[in-house]
Ligand binder design. Structure first.
Ligand SMILES: Cc1cc2nc3c(=O)[nH]c(=O)nc-3n(C[C@H](O)[C@H](O)[C@H](O)COP(=O)(O)OP(=O)(O)OC[C@H]3O[C@@H](n4cnc5c(N)ncnc54)[C@H](O)[C@@H]3O)c2cc1C
Length: 365
């Protein structure tokens, strides 16, 4: 029996770690490592080394399991086969967790010109482009969510740039409470960042961003204005954000042999609201699949998946902001350390104690 996981991110790697003692699994990922997206802004700023946020998959995937480093091009759901650049991989059970891709809302020129921050290579690319800019150059970040605000702070703390942060909504980090959004705005303003809210990008000429009839010149343009589900599952029914429709057991319609996990799944909270793409629920979905597939293989009934958001945190240099549950908020140094604790926990779960200790040692020496 072939169990195949596509994607070794938060969802896929967690599913692998849960499954590995119960079944033989093939893990397919395009890079030979798992990386912590939540710390990419720190790699851009240089405050975290790339090796500290990357876990080599061959350290995690040993016999009898199989690691395949390649890019899945498409999936033949009828033939139960994932098509690779060279050949293909058959499956009896497929766990589909390739995450998201940037959403450009049809702005093709922007998609061609802008840098994005979705992976480790993107972080290193932004870092090298920033270091080549003269002092006083203009950097425009589009998107005032978690990624855009953390990135703006990372750049402001480490480069002499004029930074503009554009957000389409009336406040930054809409997932935060209004008070936390105001805190983030004050923090970023104090760092010298110019924040422009309720601004929509309508187009681009090289070196100039168009916001309706306003023109904003830039030397560096970074797009962090949203994501949509990976196009890998384009054969399956999906919502407007390209996220695959799933039932309470994370199966897409008519495919009980397929589980969709993480950002790619259009999951709902018990109250019916859509789950926003986030690492926490991605891990929960991977864990749930890792627990439920063995149950199913033993002939037992699966339990429905119930996503839960326990909180949301962001760091802006050495000050953080976040909320625990739906109401309790935390700011400043305590919030900063709380987020570091969450990241440390993920490092321990995925890379083991030695990796965690190495991270701590290199971070503080
Ligand atoms: C800069 C940044 C900061 C963020 N900060 C936070 C935060 O503070 N808190 C939070 O909760 N969330 C945060 N997020 C969102 C969070 O990272 C995602 O929600 C989470 O990574 C989703 O997990 P996933 O397993 O679905 O996908 P991912 O973690 O993205 O993993 C997908 C994996 O699949 C691989 N893959 C993709 N396509 C293919 C293919 N065709 N073939 C083979 N392999 C493939 C990728 O290489 C990757 O390893 C942040 C995201 C970014 C980009």
């Amino acid at each position: 029996m072939e169990i195949l996981i596509v994607g070794a991110g938060y969802a896929g790697l967690t599913a692998f770690l849960e499954l590995k003692d119960h079944a033989v699994v093939t893990l397919l990922n395009e890079d030979p490592y798992h990386y912590f997206t939540t710390q990419l802004p720190e790699v851009v700023s240089g405050s975290e080394a790339p090796d500290n946020i990357r876990i080599d998959l061959d350290r995690v995937v040993g016999e009898p399991h199989r690691l395949v480093i390649d890019r899945a091009g498409e999936i033949d759901f009828a033939a139960r086969r994932v098509v690779l650049r060279s050949g293909g991989l058959p499956y009896d059970y497929l766990i589909l967790a390739p995450g998201s891709v940037p959403e450009f809302y049809g702005l093709k020129d922007v998609a061609r010109e802008a840098l994005v921050l979705t992976g480790l290579n993107d972080a290193l690319e932004i870092r090298s482009r920033v270091s080549a800019l003269p002092p006083g150059a203009g950097a425009v970040i589009v998107g005032g969510g978690l990624t855009g605000t953390e990135l703006a702070a990372a750049l402001a703390d480490n480069a002499e740039l004029r930074i503009f942060l554009l957000e389409a909504a009336p406040r930054l980090v809409p997932g935060f409470t209004p008070e936390l959004s105001e805190y983030v705005e004050r923090l970023l303003t104090r760092k010298g960042i110019t924040i422009r809210k309720e601004r929509m990008v309508t187009g681009l000429h090289p070196g100039e961003l168009l916001l309706g009839d306003e023109v904003l010149p830039y030397d560096l343009l970074i797009w962090a204005a949203g994501v949509r589900g990976s196009p890998l599952a384009s054969g399956l029914p999906a919502d407007r954000q390209g996220r695959v429709t799933v039932d309470a057991f994370l199966h897409p319609p008519a495919h009980p042999e397929v589980y969709v996990a993480g950002d790619l799944a259009a999951m709902r909270f018990p109250g019916g609201e859509t789950v926003p793409p986030n690492a926490q629920v991605a891990v929960q979905s991977g864990y749930w699949i890792g627990q439920n597939l063995p149950r199913r293989l033993r002939g037992e009934a699966e339990q429905p998946f119930g996503p839960r958001m326990r909180g949301i945190f962001a760091n802006f240099g050495k000050a953080g902001a976040g909320r625990l549950g739906s109401r309790r908020t935390m700011v400043g140094l305590p919030a900063y350390w709380f987020k570091r604790l969450i990241e440390g926990h993920h490092a321990l779960e995925t890379g083991g104690l030695l990796f965690l200790l190495k991270r701590l040692w290199t971070s503080y020496h």
